[in-house]
Design a binder for this molecule. Structure first.
Ligand code: DGY
Length: 315
């Protein structure tokens, strides 16, 4: 986290997220705060930041910030959309291929010097080409994942509150989520974390999946009931999962680490040098705009601006 007072810039020296207590202590008196997706910016922190003009999140997701309370307090909140779309879609594809073709299993075997030699049934995985890809959420990252699927000749289905002309132009069919869960061979999650999407993929929906199907999550951990997922993986109720995000990040649900039919990554979706540089530049530009009295390009809560009345954003 990084914050600034007038001409003073303070950067957290600690290579770990701050707790709410630490944030509450450390945000006092600053005009702007550049925060990360793991910083819990709740009412206490926002109240402590009394007088602060902007919390600029260095992420596209902003579920870590209580935007309703920030808006009531007249504090602007911004994110960094767009610049991480392609990197995150690439990583979703890395997980699709890795879990289906047992890339991590193969790597483990080689490092342990346990490769017994080629065998007709050795480390068999699942096909990708021609299999149905289900996208949960029709947004930018889902669309980028869909574009990459064209070379794999995958029938596309998607779910979401709105239909997407972009996805339909790629041949995607809109389905109710339950139908998508049952029809897809790969299910890739691309919804923001909200109260409505928390545990969207629960035990019941995992139970709708084909036993040969894979779940991919590069969105937010709490979208999946991780304990239910561990049961589904352990019992081989589903073929596997590729996860970049976790319900209680950085912790994992008990038993998940032992599920060798899951490929597990430490939230690397946007982790390329270019993407992270762009994210930090955009967060800084949002702060500069706010401090100059301009409207930041990626303002999430325009109702926080003076004279715009009460917030009309969703809780
Ligand atoms: C985001 O920006 O929300 C991503 O999860 C970062 O990797």
């Amino acid at each position: 986290m990084l914050a600034g007072v007038a001409d003073q810039l303070v950067i957290s020296e600690e290579d770990r997220p701050w707790t709410v207590d630490e944030l509450e202590r450390n945000v006092r008196g600053f005009d702007a705060v550049l925060c990360m997706l793991h910083d819990p910016i709740d009412l206490r922190v926002l109240q402590a930041a009394n007088g602060c003009r902007i919390f600029a999140n260095m992420a596209v997701g902003f579920n870590n910030i209580d935007v309703v309370e920030a808006t009531k307090l007249g504090i602007m909140v911004t994110n960094t959309p767009g610049v991480l779309t392609e990197a995150t879609a690439d990583l979703a594809w890395a997980l699709i291929l890795a879990v289906a073709r047992r890339v991590a299993d193969g790597d483990r075997v080689m490092r342990a010097q346990e490769f017994p030699g080629w065998g007709p049934n050795y480390l068999l995985g699942g096909d990708v080409t021609g299999r149905t890809l289900g996208l949960v959420g029709p947004g930018r990252i889902a669309q980028a994942v869909a574009r990459r699927s064209v070379g794999f000749e995958m029938p596309l289905v998607y779910s979401g509150r709105r239909q997407s002309p972009t996805l339909e132009a790629l041949g995607a069919r809109w389905l109710e989520l339950d139908e998508l869960m049952a029809e897809s061979d790969f299910i890739s999650l691309h919804v923001p974390l909200t109260p409505e999407t928390t545990h969207l993929i629960d035990a019941r929906r995992l139970g709708l999946m084909k036993p040969s199907a894979y779940l991919i999550n590069t969105a937010r951990g709490p979208v999946v009931d991780e304990t239910a997922l561990v049961s589904a993986l352990k019992s081989h109720r589903i073929a596997g999962a590729g996860l970049d995000v976790y319900e209680r990040e950085p912790a994992m649900a008990e038993g998940l680490a032992g599920c060798l039919n899951a490929v597990l990554l430490p939230h690397l979706g946007s982790a390329t040098l270019q993407t992270r540089s762009n994210m930090s530049r955009i967060a800084a530009e949002n702060i500069i705009a706010a401090l100059n009295g301009d409207r930041p390009a990626n303002l999430i809560n325009p109702d926080a601006l003076p004279g715009t009345g009460l917030p009309d954003i969703l809780p």
